[in-house]
Design a binder for this molecule. Sequence first.
Ligand SMILES: Cc1cc2nc3c(=O)[nH]c(=O)nc-3n(C[C@H](O)[C@H](O)[C@H](O)COP(=O)(O)OP(=O)(O)OC[C@H]3O[C@@H](n4cnc5c(N)ncnc54)[C@H](O)[C@@H]3O)c2cc1C
Length: 463
Amino acid sequence: MGSVLPSADYITPTHGDYALFSVGQRPRVPRHPTGVVLAQNEAQVVKSVLCAQKAGINHVVPRAGGHSYEDFSSQDNAIVVDIAAINYVTVTANNGDTGLAKVGAGARLGKVYSDIFNQGGFNFNGGTCPTVGIGGHVSGGGYGMVARQFGVAADRVVSIRMVLYNGTIVVANSTQHQDLYWAVRGGGSGSFGIITEFVISVFKTTQNAMFKIAFDHTKQKELLAAWMRYFPSSDARLTTQYNVDKHGSTLVGQFLGTKDQVQKMIQDSGMLSLGGIKEQTWSDNCNSVGAKAFMWTSSCDRVDILNVPTYLSQNDKEYSKSKSDYGSVLLPQAGIDAVVDGLANSPDWAWIQFEALGGVFATIPTNATPYVHRDALFSMQYAVSMQKGQDRTAPNYQWILNYEQSLKPFVNGQHYQNYCDMDIGPNYGVAYWGQENFDRLKKIKPRYDPHNIFRSEQSVPLQ
Ligand SMILES: Cc1cc2nc3c(=O)[nH]c(=O)nc-3n(C[C@H](O)[C@H](O)[C@H](O)COP(=O)(O)OP(=O)(O)OC[C@H]3O[C@@H](n4cnc5c(N)ncnc54)[C@H](O)[C@@H]3O)c2cc1C
């Protein structure tokens, strides 16, 4: 991952850094904003929101880590307020096993994980990619490797600060602006205002056993069936992802306990006895920040991977196309056939990732936050590589559209907002949040953004 030092704090189309900052990290969809403010503090966020409207630009877009799959954190003819530099992380309360941390909403997850660990040995239940920004991640939910025990990242947000369209700053939590507090924990990133700060509840996970087991392609269908039967209903301390491509598959996971205990569980799943193991890496007694590093490096010692730069470089941009689905029932054999046989016809690089739900998810009501997918058993994220400049007509894009169709009979119609996908079409609100939560989000929207200043193709609409 590269790092850059911008030479200005307001980037317009004639500036040399415009190509870099006009779009996020996933710029497959071309975007041409009027300007990009690289805000250094909350006062500059307020100023940007007000100045944009004074200049007649009634469209403002927040950007934190810039990882939106559809590049929603940039929009044509809008002012992008990039808050990557608002990335402080301070543990403000330490009660032993739990604590609170104030986090600038532009902080990348790698920095959040390192800083809360260095300030008291704490952990947080966010996603695996160190360069994802907490701003967008929490706004869409946030699934990571302790999710089956602690839920999504949004579940442990205690309070937020937000800059509204008129420059007002509001604090939303369980006692003030409760509706807004509910909405921003998984509902409609960039729809209400610009979050500048989160207060998150942090915790300790002192025992972490990590593992990665790579299989060859010979028993793909049997392995997937075994994963599905066992892991979405296993002990909540165990969270796994199962990644499949046409060359083989990898089971990767974190268990909040010992290696011996989790090895027994994986034996019980039946996956190990199917054979075809190419490689396995086990780590016992990993600390919680080492566990984050393991997900990218297969080593608990490589915590340097979490040293993320504030601004990423042009080389970090990536053009793949992703989609997601949720399953409420185990895939039948025909569904397993569709997953594996479809991949066999995939272009150069294509991949599907299963994430186990169950555990704590199954205990949280579907309307507790906008993140509705509590009663699903698993999610599926699938992706295909694309080249810069390619659009829907590219063979790779056509492949993923066909793959999606082949999986449709076996999934529940829900999609994950953090794996956003413009192909969902006008029904995105129900697909991301469910009808009841979407209706509530639509009622909250006009109270905080009455002129629809904060919008993207899939924001909460103003009605
Ligand atoms: C390599 C990679 C790995 C990933 N791994 C995981 C994973 O393990 N688990 C998981 O759940 N997801 C994962 N994701 C998806 C990721 O959570 C989403 O893409 C997320 O929305 C990115 O947040 P961001 O701040 O980086 O992106 P941005 O593009 O900056 O923002 C995404 C959306 O949130 C809005 N937004 C951003 N900041 C704010 C703010 N401060 N206030 C209001 N709205 C804001 C933006 O306007 C935009 O609509 C991954 C994505 C990538 C590219």
